[in-house]
Write a protein that binds this ligand. Structure first.
Ligand SMILES: Cc1cc2nc3c(=O)[nH]c(=O)nc-3n(C[C@H](O)[C@H](O)[C@H](O)COP(=O)(O)OP(=O)(O)OC[C@H]3O[C@@H](n4cnc5c(N)ncnc54)[C@H](O)[C@@H]3O)c2cc1C
Length: 245
């Protein structure tokens, strides 16, 4: 049984997975296709990239970060989600995957912009607007069903990458807080920041000394220089209704 299964490995789902995995929750991301962000031609409003960034590279690096944090990935489209025991949601949920084995999980984060059909058996509160469906949530992504959350555009957040990522992180934190994980904040701080004041390092935080800080900075710069050394071969995905020449 997984602690959390995230349906959708796009902008919101990946951000959520980084937080839940770093907090020690057994995290599986199931993704059935491509993030809508792969259609972008140049991502120029995501903070931290003064001249923009290739959206496909951003997705690649974020996936890598999630894997490094401990999240696992499975390719496949989720087709159905239902409680293991209708009378006791704490028993968790089972997800059916097209062409794959069912997955049992204590919690679900639906981050699958463009598809929420699989949530119908759970009655989470889907809202139809035009041809699109959204999932009704509270401020932290909790739906009407305990243990089921929604993140990103599916939760009716504005259609912007940084908002989807931030919301994914926020929903990941809600899952952490609702689980048994002992957690304060996910912070890495200089040695002495807490202990220098006679405090224990709170759960979820880490104190590192200057040597370790420099080593991590070196590793981070090396990886980014390598990642950005060459342009990507991949091109943006065109809208499906645009005809080829
Ligand atoms: C053409 C275009 C250009 C854009 N340009 C910008 C821009 O310049 N700046 C900006 O801020 N935003 C931009 N956006 C918006 C941005 O891409 C989205 O707001 C953001 O990606 C939403 O994140 P999300 O995680 O909610 O959805 P997504 O990133 O789309 O992730 C959803 C994931 O769920 C998966 N999925 C769906 N159904 C299932 C299922 N049943 N089972 C398993 N997996 C499933 C999908 O394969 C996908 O990977 C653009 C969008 C488009 C279409």
């Amino acid at each position: 049984m997984r602690d959390v299964c995230i349906v959708g490995g796009g902008t919101a789902g990946l951000a959520a997975s980084i937080f839940t995995a770093r907090a020690g929750l057994d995290t599986l991301v199931v993704d059935g296709g491509e993030s809508i962000l792969a259609r972008n031609a140049s991502l120029e409003n995501y903070p931290g990239f003064p001249d923009g960034v290739d959206a496909r590279r951003y997705l690649q690096l974020t996936r890598e970060q999630a894997r490094k944090a401990g999240a696992e990935f499975e390719l496949g489209r989720v087709t159905r989600a239902e409680p293991i025991d209708e009378d006791d949601l704490e028993e968790g949920f089972v997800l059916e995957i097209e062409g794959g084995e069912p997955i049992e999980t204590r919690r679900i984060i639906a981050a699958s912009w463009s598809d929420s059909e699989y949530l119908v058996p759970l009655d989470v509160g889907r809202i139809q607007r035009g041809s699109k469906h959204f999932v009704d949530t509270d401020d932290a992504g909790r739906t009407a069903v305990d243990g089921v959350y929604a993140a990103g555009r599916l939760a009716d957040e504005p259609h912007q990458a940084i908002v989807a990522a931030g919301h994914g992180a926020k929903v990941g934190l809600a899952v952490i807080h609702d689980s048994d994980a002992n957690f304060y904040h996910d912070w890495v701080v200089p040695a002495g920041y807490f202990t220098g004041r006679g405090r224990e390092v709170p759960p979820g935080c880490e104190e590192i000394d200057d040597e370790e800080r420099r080593a991590r900075d070196e590793q981070a710069r090396t990886r980014l220089l390598e990642a950005f050394a060459e342009p990507l071969d991949e091109v943006p995905t065109m809208h499906p209704s645009v005809e080829d020449d």
